[in-house]
Ligand binder design. Sequence first.
Ligand code: NAD
Length: 484
Amino acid sequence: MAINWTEAQIGEIVAAVLKEVSTESVASCKWDSTSYCGRKLIGIYADMNDAIAAANEGYKAVRAMSVAEREKLITVIREMTREEASIMAALGVAETKMGRVDHKTAKHILVADKTPGTEDIRAEAMTGDDGLTLTEMAPFGVVGSITPSTNPSETVLCNSIGMIAAGNGVVFNPHPNAIATSNYAVDLINRASAKVGGPAVLVASVVKPTMDTAQTMYKSPLIRLLVCTGGPGVVRAVLSSGKKAIGAGAGNPPVIVDDTADIAKAAKDIIDGCTFDNNLPCIAEKEVFVFENVADELISGMMRNGCYKLTLDQANALASIVLDEVKDESGRVVKHVVNRNCVGRDAKVLLAKMGIQVSDDIRCIIAEVPFEHLFVQEELMMPILGIVRVKNIDEAIDLACKAEHGNRHTAHMHSKNIDNLSRFAKAVETTIFVKNAPSYAGIGFGGEGHTTFTIAGPTGEGLTSARSFTRRRRCVMADSFRII
Ligand code: NAD
C-alpha cells in the first residue's frame, strides 16, 4: 500500500533522523578546539597574533571580491549552516551542557535564513546645486569579535555573515567553555570559502582563548573594530580598550501582563519564550509582573503549558542552589553570581537538585515571589520564572523598569490596551520590545524583521547587521554629475 506523506511530514521525519544521527555522531566521535571527528578544523591558531595575521589575509581576499562573489560565498555559508545545524546544536549542548538540541538547531536555521547579507549595504546619493555627494558603507578592516557560551556557533556564524557582507575580515576570541563549538563554526566558514574559490582561511580563531588573547586582540594595530557579545564584565573591558567597539551586553527582560490580555495565549507565549533553549537567549522572558485580578488565570495557563510551581520556601531553596553568594572581607553578601552548573539546564534537572522528581514534560519552574526576590533581580538564564502580582499599570511599569536594571535590552508585554503598551515601551527604553508574542519574535522568529545574536544596546547599533560593521565614507563631485 502506498503511503502519501505530505511535504511537512517528510520534513519532520528527515529532521528527526538528522537529529538522531548528529547527536549520536557528536557523542561517539572525538572533538576539541582544533578537530572534529578526525577532521582538522581550518583557521584555528595557537597564537592570537597568527590568527589576526590570517584574518588580515582573509580581509585582503574579501576586499578583492566583487559584491556578487561575496554574496555567493554567503549563500554557501547559509546552505552549510542549514545542513550542519543539528551537528552544531548537538555539539553545543555536549560541550557547554547548556540548552536544548532541537532549539539550538532552530536557532542555526534562523541565522541561515534571516541574517542580512550584502543587500544590507546601501550607498546614499545627495544631489543639489553644488553637484553630487556619494556616501558609501566601507569595511573597517579586520574585526575582533568576542563571543558568548550561550549562543556560541550561532554568534560566530551570524557575525561572520554580516561582517563578510560588509567586506571585513574577522578574528574570534570565543568563550573558552564553548571553544570547540565556536571553532566548528569558524571552520564551516572556511570550508564555505574553499567551495567558492575563496581564501583557505577567511576567518580565524585560537586554540585556547583567554583574557590575554583578548588583550592581544585589543592592542593589535590590525584590528580596527571590536565587537563584543557577552556579560557586563567583558562589554566593559572592550569599551575601555581605546578602540571603536560595539557592545552587546546583558539583559534581564521583564514581562508585563495586564487584564486586557488574552491570558491563555499570554501564558503559552511566555512559557514558550522563557523555555526556548532553556532560557539562554539574552532576550528571553526572565520575570513576570501580572495584574492581580488575572494572576491566578495566568498561573493556571502556565501550569497547562508544562510548568512546576514552587512555594516561596522552595523558591528560596532553589535560589540558594542556582546562585552563589559573593561576600566582602567582613562576610557581608555583596552580590550573587549564577552557578554555571545550573545555567541553561532543563527544569527537570534543576528540580532534581532540590530532590523534586518530575516528568520530561515539565519545561519551566515558576514561583510567586516578592519583587526583591533573586528570581526577579538576577539574570539566571535558566527556565525559572519569578512572578510578581501588581495592582495596576503604574506599579507594573515601575517595578518592571527597576527589574530591567537600566540595561535597556529587551522587554515584553501582553495587553490589548494601546495606552498601557505605549507607556511601558516609552518608560523601559529597551532595544527590543515585544507585544503579545514569545520573546523570540523580537529576533525574527515568528516576528517580522532580520535576526541577529548580537544585540548592541549599550553602543546603540541595536539588532546588528552587515551595515553595523561599516564606516561611512563620503565622495564629493562638485558642480557635476547631476542628470536633471
Ligand atoms: P560571558 O560574559 O561569561 O563571556 C563572554 C565572552 O567574554 C567570553 O568569550 C569570555 O571568555 C569573555 N570574557 C569575559 N570577561 C572578559 C574580560 N574581562 N576580557 C576579555 N574577555 C572576557 O558571557 P556568557 O556567559 O557566555 O553569555 C551570557 C551573557 O552574555 C549574558 O549576560 C547575556 O545576557 C549576554 N549576552 C548578550 C547578548 C546580546 O546580544 N546583547 C547575546 C548573548 C549573550
